[in-house]
Design a protein around this ligand. Structure first.
Ligand SMILES: *[C@@H]1O[C@H](CO)[C@@H](O)[C@H](O)[C@H]1NC(C)=O
Ligand SMILES: *[C@@H]1O[C@H](CO)[C@@H](O)[C@H](O)[C@H]1NC(C)=O
Length: 328
C-alpha cells in the first residue's frame, strides 16, 4: 500500500520540520569549567555510629522516578563493550541526529559492541514531549524519566543514566557520559584508551580532572551556595563534557547518591560520590572541555572536544573518515 507508506513518510517530514522550527540556538554547557588548581585535602572520616546510619537508611534522595520512555532490552542480546550516555534537551533534534550519523553510530565498529542512548527528563511543553516520543519510535535510542527536564535538574539526568546502566546493562564494560555538543574520537577512545583486548578495569574513572572550589558569585553559571556546599574545595572531579568509567562504577555512584545530598552541578556531584567511594579519577589529556579548532592531526589525538555544532560534527566526521589513509 504505497499511500500508507508515503503518508508515514510525510508525517516524519512534518515532524522533523516542526522540530527545526522549535530549535533554539542556546545550548547551555553542562560542565563546570574550573577555577584554580588547588590541592585537595583528605575527605573527613564518617562516624558509622548513631543517628548518621539511620539517616543513611532513610535515603535522602530516593530517585524513584518512573520511565516515560525506556529501552530496557538494548543490552539483552549481548553485553556491550561501551555504553554511551548523552545528556540532551528536547529541542536538540539536530544535535541528536548528527551524533547518530557520526560518532554515535552503533555500527561503526564491527568487532566492538556499542550502545548509544540519549537521556531526557519530562518537558513542560506537551508538544516537545510528543515529538521526542515520535523520534524515539523511529530510532529507539532515547530514555526519558519522569522528572522535570531543566538545567537545575541535570544531576538527575546523570543519575538516571547511572541507574539505567546498573539496572538494564550491568554487564557492559565501560560507560561514556557526555553532552550533545561534544565530538568524540571513538577510535581513540575504544582502541587506545579502553582497549577491548585487555583485562577489563574495575573502579575506573577518567576524563578531564578539575581540582577547584565553589564559585560564590551568584551571577556565575556555576554558582554554589555556601549552605549547600560549605567546604572551600571540591573533591577532584571530571568535567561533565565527557568522562569514562568502568560499568561497575555506575551502580556504586547511583547507590551512593541515594544518601548524598544533591548538588545541581552534576560533575561536581559525581566527584563528591567518587570521594565517598574512595575512587580517584585519572587525568587524561585527550579529554578537552574547551573548543579546539579542527585539524585532522590534532583531532586524531583527542578523545573529546567541546562546543561542536551539528554541522561541524558532520564536517569533522566526514573529513576524518575519508582521510584515514593520510599520515600526520
Ligand atoms: C555506638 O552507639 C551505641 C549506642 O548509642 C553506644 O553504646 C556505642 O558505644 C557507640 N559506639 C561507638 C563506637 O561510638
Ligand atoms: C526537578 O525535577 C523535580 C521532579 O520532577 C521537580 O519537582 C523540580 O521542580 C525540578 N527542579 C527544577 C529546578 O526544575
Amino acid at each position: 500500500m504505497p499511500s500508507k507508506v508515503s503518508c508515514l513518510y510525510l508525517l516524519t517530514v512534518v515532524c522533523w520540520a516542526s522540530a527545526l522550527w522549535y530549535l533554539s540556538v542556546s545550548r547551555p554547557s553542562t560542565s563546570y569549567v574550573g577555577q584554580l588548581n588547588i590541592p585537595i585535602r583528605k575527605s573527613p572520616k564518617v562516624n558509622k555510629n548513631g543517628t548518621f546510619s539511620n539517616i543513611r537508611a532513610r535515603s535522602l534522595n530516593p530517585h524513584d522516578f518512573g520511565y516515560i520512555i525506556n529501552e530496557a532490552k538494548k543490552c539483552e542480546a549481548e553485553p556491550p563493550f561501551l555504553v554511551i550516555l548523552i545528556s540532551t534537551t528536547h529541542k536538540e533534534f539536530d544535535a541528536r541526529q548528527a551524533i547518530r550519523e557520526t560518532w554515535g553510530d552503533e555500527s561503526t565498529f564491527p568487532d566492538v559492541r556499542v550502545v548509544t542512548l540519549f537521556l531526557l527528563g519530562r518537558s513542560t511543553d506537551v508538544v516537545l514531549n510528543q515529538m521526542v516520543e515520535q523520534e524515539s519510535q523511529i530510532f529507539h535510542d532515547i530514555v526519558v524519566e519522569d522528572f522535570i527536564d531543566s538545567y537545575h535538574n541535570l544531576t538527575l539526568k546523570t543519575l538516571m543514566g547511572m541507574r539505567w546502566v546498573a539496572t538494564f546493562c550491568s554487564k557492559a564494560q565501560y560507560v561514556l557520559k557526555t553532552d550533545s555538543d561534544i565530538f568524540v574520537n571513538m577510535e581513540n577512545l575504544i582502541y587506545n584508551l579502553l582497549k577491548p583486548t585487555t583485562k577489563p578495569r574495575r573502579r575506573y574513572f577518567t576524563g578531564y580532572v578539575i581540582n577547584g572550589g565553589p564559585i560564590r558569585d551568584m551571577r556565575s553559571k556555576w554558582y554554589m551556595p555556601r549552605d549547600l556546599y560549605p567546604e572551600s574545595k571540591y573533591p577532584p572531579f571530571c568535567s561533565g563534557t565527557g568522562y569514562v568509567f568502568s560499568a561497575d562504577v555506575a551502580e556504586l555512584i547511583y547507590k551512593t547518591s541515594l544518601h548524598t545530598r544533591l548538588l545541581h552541578l552534576e560533575d561536581v556531584y559525581v566527584g563528591v560520590c567518587l570521594r565517598k567511594l574512595g575512587i580517584h579519577p585519572f587525568q587524561n589529556s585527550g579529554f578537552n572541555h574547551w573548543k579546539m579548532a579542527y585539524s585532522l592531526c590534532r583531532y586524531r589525538r583527542v578523545v573529546t572536544v567541546h562546543q561542536i555544532s551539528p554541522e561541524e560534527m558532520h564536517r569533522i566526521w566526514n573529513d576524518m573518515t575519508s582521510k584515514k589513509h593520510l599520515k600526520c
